[in-house]
Design a protein around this ligand. Structure first.
Ligand SMILES: *Cc1c(COP(=O)(O)O)cnc(C)c1O
Length: 458
């Protein structure tokens, strides 16, 4: 018999209690957190969909590996394991361990960036953009046009616009820091990137003599989509697909907190020796010696094991199909979504859900507040709070989309948790016309969504 039910391909060996709360309590918690879920205590959250980053449940094998961690300052065995695993996967010669993705970003983009430099991506993730802009350089996003239409179905909505890339590389000749392909495209909706797109970009970069980097946080999830959606790829394993993509790039940045199934870690992998040497100098100054970066030996063990486990076909099938399960249920309720459903998250189109709330009243932030109040569900706004800027006269230049992300931690929640979330949305849909926007009462200059204070509009 072939079953329709996609079960979690693991048993639970260790449990962590969730503290439950009432709606009245949550109204108070939210007020105290200035309506910013980043300022809530985790004990005040029932289902935490804020991020899939660093929130994975590790396997028994990974925990066992941690006991084997070699904490030597130099030449640790655990480093050798991590290095050989990353090298085997990426085929890249120089591997630099870092404490998380953004540390690798600061090193490489700090080195390649600076005033006058330009970086081009399908969509820069928020920390990527922040590190590039902090160096004084400019970050340009060129997703394909289909990627900007949230309702349109397209198999590879995360793709980069290759014609626009060719044009930009001519326009900015001599000043391009790097071309960065983010797989899957996180900020653009968790959407996959095709092999054909990656190959097209690699060819253009080579022709222009420009560095081509992969932001490969979710390369395994991306490989699932390629195998199931792209012609000619169906006979390759997920790992072979990932390796084929790594083979055409000059380097990769990874936050191991995603597809390496660990709570902390990252790396920078580079082909070019001269570039790697410059980056290793920066690594030693700010992260740690070249054989540990910002990591403990035990973290490096867990990364080495996680990078193998992630390509397990049963795991990847469950991962993508369980995300789809949530998306499909919300779609059936009439919740406007980013379609098709991506790999690690379901994105709600808050502009369509709350058409009566204008962008400068932040419909996404309003939705984030409602989900928390009704169900204790913590989510994140990916819209004008995260990416909006101000014009000279102080008016908001809104982001192109007002999304709210329900990011699903790996191997953490079961189907009944997901059904609880769906039930919360049933109520949320009934109340949609009565929800009002918010205004910002306090904000920092960079990455304002992390610490900004809000106030509901009367
Ligand atoms: C998470 C993430 C990063 C940054 O990694 P951290 O480990 O959070 O510093 C960079 N790019 C993408 C696409 C990400 O998802």
């Amino acid at each position: 018999m072939k079953h329709k039910t996609v079960i979690e391909p693991f048993r639970i060996k260790s449990v962590e209690p969730i503290s439950l709360s009432t709606e009245e309590e949550r109204v108070e918690y939210l007020k105290r957190a200035h309506y910013n879920p980043f300022l809530l205590r985790s004990d005040e959250v029932i289902i935490d969909f804020m991020t899939d980053s660093g929130t994975s449940a590790m396997s028994a094998k990974q925990w066992a590996g941690m006991m084997e961690g070699d904490e030597a300052y130099a030449g640790s065995r655990s480093w050798e394991r991590m290095e050989s695993e990353v090298r085997d996967l990426t085929g890249l010669k120089h591997i630099l361990p870092t404490h998380q993705g953004r540390a690798a970003e600061r090193i490489i983009y700090g080195h390649l960036g600076g005033p006058g430099k330009v970086f081009i991506s399908n969509t820069h993730f928020d920390t990527t953009r922040a590190n590039i802009e902090f160096s004084g350089a400019t970050a340009i996003d060129i997703p394909i046009a289909e990627g900007k239409d949230t309702a349109l179905e397209h198999p590879f909505k995360g793709n980069m616009d290759v014609a626009a890339l060719d044009h930009l590389l001519k326009e900015h000749k001599g000043n391009v820091g790097a071309v960065i392909l983010t797989v899957t495209n996180n900020s653009g909706g968790g959407q996959p990137v095709s092999m054909a797109n990656a190959e097209g970009i690699a060819a253009i970069c080579e022709r222009h003599g420009v560095l081509f980097l992969l932001d490969c946080c979710r390369i395994a999830e991306n490989s699932w989509f390629i195998k199931h959606r792209e012609e000619g790829m169906e006979d390759l394993t997920y790992r072979e697909i990932a390796q084929r993509m790594f083979a055409i790039c000059d380097g990769a940045v990874m936050s191991a907190k995603k597809d390496a199934l660990v709570n902390m870690g990252g790396f920078l992998a580079l082909k070019d020796t001269e570039l790697a040497e410059a980056c290793i100098n920066l690594l030693i100054i700010t992260e740690g010696f070249a054989t540990y970066g910002g990591l403990s030996g035990r973290d490096m063990e867990a990364i080495a094991i996680g990078l193998r486990e992630i390509f397990d076909p049963n795991y990847l099938d469950y991962r993508i199909k369980s995300t789809l399960f949530l998306g499909q249920k919300l779609h059936d309720l009439g919740v406007p979504l980013m379609l098709p459903i991506g790999g690690h998250a379901v994105y709600i189109d808050a502009k369509k859900l709350y058409p009566h709330i204008p962008p400068h009243h932040y419909p996404g932030q309003a939705l984030v507040g409602e989900l928390y109040k009704l169900g204790g569900i913590r989510t994140v706004e990916i819209g004008s709070v995260m990416f909006g800027t101000y014009a000279e006269d102080g008016t908001l230049k809104p982001a192109p989309m007002e999304l709210v992300r329900l990011a699903i931690p790996r191997r953490v929640y079961t189907q009944s948790h997901i059904e609880y979330v769906v039930e919360t949305f049933e109520e949320l849909m009934k109340q949609r016309e009565h929800v009002r926007g918010v205004r910002i009462t306090k904000e920092p200059r960079f990455l304002r969504h992390f610490t900004a204070h809000f106030e509901p509009l009367a």
